[in-house]
Each structure stands twice: as C-alpha cells, then as structure tokens.
Design a protein around this ligand. Structure first.
Ligand code: LAN
Length: 748
C-alpha cells in the first residue's frame, strides 16, 4: 500500500505488455479498493488496497466514493421549496465531500496532454507505476478516445495530432498491444491526420527524448537564452511563468540532446507513428510541419526566421558557452524542484524537470526519489479511470469559494451543525498561507510569496494573484464575520497577503495571474507552442483583477489604518481597467472559466464595489443587458468552451447550471431590477438538483491558454449554493421595492 520508490528497467515486468479487455465500461481494477489519502496540507494520493486486511483497516469514505462515481449512500432530502432550502440541501450534501483536514478535494482533469507526459517521462526515467495505475490509465484513455479513434487537446476537443500522437504513445508504453482494436483505430486516425511528423512542438520534443523523432525535426530551444542580460526585453524571465518553466528544462534537455537508449518499444513506435518509413523522413523539413487541425496560433514569420538563425547557431555553438548555459539552466531547475517540494509549477515542467534531473544525477539520488513520490500527487482516480490533473489539485480555489458562499448566504451562522466544517476549513486555510519567500527567489526570477496563497497547496509554493485574494477573503470572512471562530491568522499575516496583492497590480490597474506583466504582448510573435494562444507573457485578466481587489475592500473595512490610500487607489485603477476591458457588447472575455458568464460574475462584483450598478453605471447596465440577451428559453445560460477560442459567445447545445449561477450572481451584483429573468434562471437550477442535494456533472467549466478546457467539478456545488443561498433575499428586497422594478434604471 505504501510506495517504496525503486527504479525499474524499461524492459522489466513493470512495463510489460498487458491483456486489455476490448470494452472499458467496467473498471479494470476493483473500485471498492481505491482510497484517497489526504496529508501534508492537502496532498492527494490515490492508493489501491491489495489485501482484504488493508480494506478492512481502511474503509472507503464518502469522499472516495463520490469521486470514484460509486453510490455515496447519502440520504434523499426533503424537496426544496425555496432557493435557500435548495442551497441548504446542496450543502447538506457537499459538507460530506470535505476532507478531514478541512479542504475540499476534487478531480482536476481535462487536458489530454498531461497523462502522456507523465507516462513518457516516467518511462524514460526508469520509474514505474503500479499495475492498477497502469490498467486504469489505459481505461481512462480508452474512455476518452473520440468516436474516430483519436484524442483531442482536452476531453471535449476534436481529435488532434497532439492528442492522438501523445496518447497513442502513452497507451502503448502503458502496455496495450499494437493490435488491440483501440490502438489500431487510434493509429488509423493518426495516419489519417498525416502521421506524427506533424505533431506540434511539445509532441516533437517528447518524442525526441524517447527516440522516436529526430532532434533535427525540432526548432531550437537554446539554453543560452538564460545567459542573456536580464534587462533584455526577450530574456525568458519576462515570459509567462508556465512558458518559461517549461522552456527551462526543455532548453537543458535540448542543450544536451538527451535521447533515451533505443529498445524494442522505440523501434516499434518508429514503425507505428508514421505512415512513411521512419528512416527515410527528412527531419529538418518537419520543424515547421504542424498538422492543420492542431493549429491555434501558427508561427509568426519572425519566429520562423529566428528559428532559422538559431539552427545555424546550433551548427557552430561554442561548447564552453553551451556548458555554462546548460549548467545555469540546471541550477534553475534544481531551485524550482526544491522550492516546490518537487511538485513544480505544473505536471508539464515537472516531468521535463524529472528527465533533466535523471540525466544530471541518475536514479540513486534525492531528486529522483522525490520526483517519483510527488508524481502521484497529480494522478487522480475518476469514474472513467486514472487521469493526470492540471495541477496537484485545486484545493485552495475550491475551499475559498465554498467558504465565501457559506458566509455570504448565512448558512454559516444559521445552523450550528456546520460550525465544525467551518472551523476545519479555517484551520486548513491558516496552514495554507505561505509565510516566507522562496529560496533564491530573486535569482530564480520568482515573485514574492510571503503572505500569498496558491491555487492548490502551500507546498506547491506559487503565488497566484486571485488565489491570494480568494484565500485571504475566505480567511477574513471566517475570522471577522463569524463570532464563533478563533483568529489563527494574525493581523500581520493578513497584511502580508494585502502587500502581496498590491505588489501584483500592473500599471494600467489590472492584475495578471502569477506575476507582474514583464514584457509586451508583441512577445506573442515568438509563441512556439502552436496549440495555445496568449501564452508568452502575462496579461491582465478581469477575473484575477476582481479577486484581487475584493479582499482589499473587505480588509479596508476591518483594518482602516493599513495602506488605505494605496488600497483606494488600487481599487480605483482596477475598475478603470475593467471599464476598458469590457467588449462593445457589454461582456468581458473570460480566460480561466467559460467564458463570458464567468468573467461577468467577476467584473460586475468589482463594479459594485465602487457603487457601479445597473442604475448608476452604463458599464454595469450593459453587462446586464448582454447577459439577459443570452438567456435561453429554459431560463438558464449555456456557452461552449469555443467562446474562449473565438473571443465571441458560442452557444453550448445544453444549458449549464454553473454558468447560469455565474450569470445570476452577476445580475445580483449589478442589482438588476427585474425579478422575472432571475426567477426563471433560479427555477432551472433548482429543477436540476438531485434528490440528495447534489447536481450532476455537466459540461467542462474551465479553460486556459484560450484553447484548452479543464474541469472544475466542485463549481457545481460552490456556485449553486452561493447563488441559491443569496437569491431568495435578493428577490425579496427587489419585490419590497428597495430598488426599481420597472426597468427604467432610476430606482434606488
Ligand atoms: C491554472 C489553474 C488556476 C488558474 C486560476 C487561479 C483559476 C486563474 O484565475 C489564474 C491562472 C491559474 C492559476 C492557472 C494557470 C494555468 C494552469 C496552471 C491552470 C489552468 C491549471 C493548468 C494550467 C497549466 C498551464 C497546465 C500545464 C500546461 C502548460 C501549457 C504548461
């Protein structure tokens, strides 16, 4: 049951071929034997219990059952007659999904390029999986294959070369035979798409490490860029953190031209991935050959020219310079590993870092052992098998929202029975705030972390602007708005969070994700990853901006003497940015959730902070009209992830509960004066509530980098409970005519 990491050769039984059933409907590894272990401030690791003794000693709990898709056995609740009762029923259910340590755990899948990275990286670095993990990863891939046999960039996307090529390799390494019908079909689709020569850059790179693509088919990834003076506008420290942290180990591995030793699997894959003869492929002409279905951002002329120049440089690079660059990149990789306890920023850079460390130090070392341990933090068991999550979880994010929902709706105070749950959450939040800056943070180009919260756990160690905002807001709600809670987070720690937030405001008032904007958007011309958009630098986001300023406003109320002028100015400037970011139609483009409904939920709250509502502000009024214009006949809202790709509203074929909640929350922030549309939306959300108080999973909720969707399954609890718990009072006030109901906007 406990994992003792030990290295395994690639031809050992740990990677031997497996007999895989043709249907993936039924579990391959008994679902009653999986357990989620939560430890160390919210670490998630799924264990498979092999013996009956272990099963008896560690019973499956509701959290395990829910996330595995097994019946939870939670009772049917009396049918809600009011929205508030529906909210209470929602929490009656959702409280059971809180972990012992106080946070809410959950699946964070969606992207389809993460699992292959974990599999290929592990294979290269002599790391194994348990048999059950292998079986359930294979089952997951079988379940997520599209009708045409391929895989997409994410679980709802059409088959692409990136998705199909990477997952084909993963399923083969995991043990599926090349003649299994699923492999045969996937291969046929891959060949129809033109074969793996056209895989996008990150696929080319992984395949080159594995030895199934020639390095000459890659555009250069020169580590020397790290030696450029920091002040240069193109120095990598100015790039968006996810891009530079992936570029970092890539540049190391490219610099040393790492290739795994050839074996039978490599030889077989060279046959399978390409319709043509592998050994006759002209590799240099593949550098810019990208399958057309994959292209979201095609290379700019500038990038292609630069790549040509860098190719010339590769022929004459100076060995001592290369060595210095590779050594410096390695140092930065080590700092990243150490500062995050080997979680790293996300599973992409983690697996590249692992291969780099494997190259640098082999297997008999702390780095290999720690990487092997922390790899499991990303692996999540769901009803359809084992996936790899976008981060090591969304612990802080989910906990922050449900706490605010409970406090704002009054559920936190209404019923004493929820007190233990709130106290546990406060304890978890207290332990999740970062209290120091990372080691070598300036040299490692990191932003401060003192006082910050990250998206998942403290250990992962990355400041995120909006997570710091939502985290400290939840803390203040618990500590300052309730009378039964202790105050474990001291005033000076709250001030640290406020300082961190203020340190993240950009000159035009907006807030980006992890850092200040360090270079202009012209850098997008150097975007080498064809499948994503807007990734090269930080941008301001309406969502991050709102999450950053709302806690400032709450803080100002409770602690009026600390940096109040800075706070006032920050809020004022942030609202200016939000005005400028509104589209002519009245919406805001969402970047981390889908899409306009998500951004409207945030932006309207910011406007309300400075008194801008339907009756007082054209921005707020336009936002309401925009949303009302998108309401569907059944009272709800539904937009597709394609809204994010196209920057314009794209209807989903179905109405979505979560998006409907965002839209209704936005209308409430804006003090929208007509009850009827709101009531219709509320009815839709209530009608979809299940007898046990929960809601079913609908379409994917989140997105990143314009093109990749990602799951936030906890949203169907936090936002429903939040909206339903608030809306009853709102409608009452509206009807008792606290503000206008005639729509002339002059009420209030
Ligand atoms: C996330 C998840 C959380 C998200 C929010 C907090 C919601 C957002 O408001 C700010 C940005 C942030 C922190 C974010 C950034 C990009 C992430 C880390 C992800 C979407 C999760 C996965 C994604 C990451 C980039 C996936 C790995 C892929 C690469 C392109 C490196």
């Amino acid at each position: 049951m406990s994992f003792t990491p030990h290295a395994v050769a690639r031809d050992s039984p740990a990677w031997s071929p497996l007999e895989i059933p043709h249907s993936s409907d039924e579990p391959f590894a008994d679902y009653t034997r999986w357990r989620l272990k939560v430890s160390d401030g919210g670490r998630h690791v799924w264990h498979f219990l092999k013996t009956d003794e272990e099963v008896a000693a560690w019973p499956q709990n509701t959290v395990d059952k829910y996330w595995l898709g097994l019946p939870t056995g939670l009772p049917t609740l009396p049918k809600a007659k009011t929205p508030y009762e529906a909210a209470r029923n929602g929490y009656e259910f959702y409280q059971h999904l809180q972990s012992e340590d106080g946070h809410w755990s959950g699946e964070y899948g969606g992207p389809m390029f993460l699992l292959p990275g974990v599999v290929i990286g592990s294979y290269i670095s002599n790391m194994s999986f348990t048999l059950e993990e292998r079986l359930e990863m294979i089952r997951y891939l079988m379940n997520k294959a599209n009708e045409d046999g391929g895989w997409g960039l994410h679980i709802e996307g059409p088959s692409s070369m990136f998705g199909t090529g990477m997952n084909y390799v993963a399923i083969r390494l995991l043990g599926m035979d090349a003649e299994h019908p699923v492999a045969v079909k996937a291969r046929a689709r891959m060949h129809e798409l033109g074969g793996a020569t056209g895989v996008p850059a990150w696929g080319k790179f992984w395949f080159s490490l594995l030895g199934v693509y020639d390095w000459a088919g890659n555009n250069p990834v020169p580590p020397e860029l790290w030696l450029l003076p920091d002040w240069l506008p193109i120095h990598p420290h100015r790039w968006w953190i996810h891009v530079r942290q992936v570029f970092l180990p890539m540049s190391y591995l490219y610099g040393v031209r790492f290739v795994m030793p050839e074996n039978d699997m490599v030889l077989a894959l060279r046959e399978e991935l390409y319709p043509e003869n592998y050994y006759k492929i002209h590799w240099p002409s593949q550098r810019n050959h990208i399958c057309s279905v994959d292209l979201y951002s095609s290379h700019s002329k500038l990038y292609d020219m630069l790549a040509e120049v860098l190719c010339l440089y590769e022929n004459c690079s100076l060995p001592p310079l290369r060595k210095r660059a590779v050594d410096w990149a390695y140092q930065l990789i080590k700092w990243e590993d150490e500062n995050t306890s080997y979680q790293d920023l996300a599973p992409v850079n983690k697996m590249f870092n692992l291969v780099a460390r494997f190259h640098g130090e082999g297997i008999e070392c702390e780095a290999w052992r720690m990487h092997e341990l922390r790899r499991r933090d990303f692996m999540w068991m769901g009803p359809q098998g084992m996936m790899v999550c976008g981060t090591n979880g969304s612990q802080l994010w989910d906990t922050g929202f449900i706490i605010q929902a409970l406090v704002e709706t009054g559920l936190a105070t209404e019923d004493k029975q929820y007190r233990p749950s709130l106290l546990k959450a406060l304890d978890w939040l207290d332990k999740s705030q970062m209290q120091d800056n990372p080691k070598h943070f300036e040299k490692a180009y990191r932003h401060r972390t003192k006082g910050a919260f990250g998206f998942s756990t403290k250990e992962q160690g990355y400041t995120v602007s909006d997570c710091t905002g939502e985290g400290i807001k939840a803390v203040m709600y618990l500590q300052n708005h309730l009378d039964f809670t202790p105050k474990p987070v001291s005033e000076s720690r709250i001030q640290d969070a406020i300082d961190t937030i203020l340190s993240l405001q950009n000159s035009d008032g907006g807030f980006a994700s992890y850092e200040l904007i360090r270079a202009g958007s012209w850098m997008e011309m150097l975007n080498p990853a064809e499948v994503f958009g807007n990734i090269m630098v930080e941008y301001n986001y309406p969502e991050c901006t709102t999450s950053a300023i709302t806690p400032l406003a709450i803080f100002r109320k409770h602690y009026p003497n600390y940096r109040s002028a800075d706070i006032d100015l920050a809020i004022k400037n942030a609202v200016k940015y939000l005005h400028a970011a509104q589209t002519p139609e009245g919406g805001w483009i969402g970047n981390w959730g889908i899409c306009f409904t998500y951004a409207a939920f945030f932006a309207t709250e910011s406007l309300a902070l400075v008194g801008e509502t339907y009756s007082t502000s054209q921005y707020s009024r336009k936002a309401c009209e925009f949303l009302i214009g998108k309401q569907r006949a059944d009272g709800g809202w539904g937009e597709s992830y394609q809204s994010c790709e196209r920057n314009e509203w794209v209807e989903h074929k179905d109405t979505q509960v979560v998006q409907s909640c965002w839209a209704i929350m936005a209308l409430m922030y804006a003090k929208y004066p007509h009850a009827e549309p709101i009531e219709r939306g509320v009815k839709m959300v209530m009608d979809r509530q299940l007898p046990d108080g929960s809601w079913a999973q609908e379409a994917i909720e989140g997105v990143f980098n314009k093109s990749c969707a990602i799951s936030y399954p906890n949203f169907k609890f936090s936002f429903t409970i939040w909206m339903l718990g608030k809306v009853g009072r709102y409608l009452e006030e509206l009807k008792s005519s606290n503000f206008s109901t005639n729509g002339n906007g002059k009420g209030q």
